[in-house]
Design a protein around this ligand. Structure first.
Ligand code: NVA
Length: 262
């Protein structure tokens, strides 16, 4: 299948500024076979999908990151040979796109999902309730805990994400560092997990000082890593680059299936 890709950056169209989303959706829908939208509000991608008349793929919003889920689950299956029954622990900001989507996905696939974080960062109650209903049918479990030892006990996978996401202002770094540092993924957290437990991260990750923000944070707060320590990120438990590679395979499969080829 040959493919032609056009990238529209935030300044490359009038979407939402001079042209409404329904209008842009119908224009793009006449020109393209599918649209991948990566932005902020979930309502926007849903509106685009409603009007485009072609498949619209959610490439990330503040609320969810569904395409990443296929890559992540593919990676877990490659390493563990199964999904059902896997104890999956998410540490960090569990009320944003990655935490939300991982909880939904684990619930649907019969996995044991744990959000292990400061309670301020627990996923929204309504979403937890929805996932609990799904879990009853699939055999999954949903646990929210502030206790690292209990949360990580016998974990198969420990997952984290950046503490400040794309749609958020730089001013929140300080409070995130203060509130989420106890939930950093490090050797201590893994000491509670199963011997073969793996580390996952959707990237980008702050595990060293080789980024501008990593350097700025070091100068301001004196820490050389944030959500994950460098030894874990670079260590043998880490499967983050298998996960990164699988984003390519999985998005191709998603596009192939939804373009009416499967
Ligand atoms: N929570 C992160 C995910 C990046 C793939 C963000 O929104 O920036």
């Amino acid at each position: 299948m040959g493919a032609c890709v056009t990238y529209l950056d935030p300044s490359g169209s009038q979407i939402g500024k001079k042209e409404s989303i329904p209008d842009t959706a119908r224009v793009l829908g006449r020109m393209f076979d599918g649209i991948e939208y990566r932005g902020f509000e979930q309502t926007k991608v849903e509106e685009l999908a409603k009007y485009a008349g072609v498949p619209v793929w959610n490439g990330l919003t503040n609320e969810s990151h569904p395409t990443q889920m296929i890559a992540d689950m593919m990676t877990i299956k490659e390493h563990f040979g199964k999904l059902s029954g896997i104890k999956f622990v998410y540490m960090g900001d569990a009320r944003y796109n990655m935490g939300n989507s991982l909880m939904v996905t684990c619930a649907k696939l019969g996995m044991d999902f744990v959000a292990c974080t400061n309670k301020k960062y627990f996923p929204e109650a309504a979403l937890v309730e929805e996932c609990e209903k799904i879990a009853k049918e699939t055999g999954a479990t949903i646990t929210l805990t502030e206790d690292v030892a209990a949360g990580c006990k016998d974990a198969d996978v420990i997952y984290t994400d950046v503490w400040v996401s794309m749609g958020e202002p730089d001013e929140v770094w300080e409070e995130r560092i203060k509130e989420l540092s106890p939930y950093q993924v490090n050797a201590k957290a893994f000491s509670y997990a199963k011997p073969g437990a793996k580390f996952m991260h959707c990237l980008p990750a702050f595990h060293d000082l080789k980024t501008t923000i990593g350097q700025e944070i070091y100068e301001k707060f004196g820490i050389d890593c944030m959500e994950v320590t460098d030894d874990i990120f670079e260590g043998e438990r880490s499967i983050v680059f298998d996960e990164a590679e699988n984003r390519m395979h999985s998005i191709k499969a998603i596009m192939y299936a939804t373009l009416g080829n499967a």
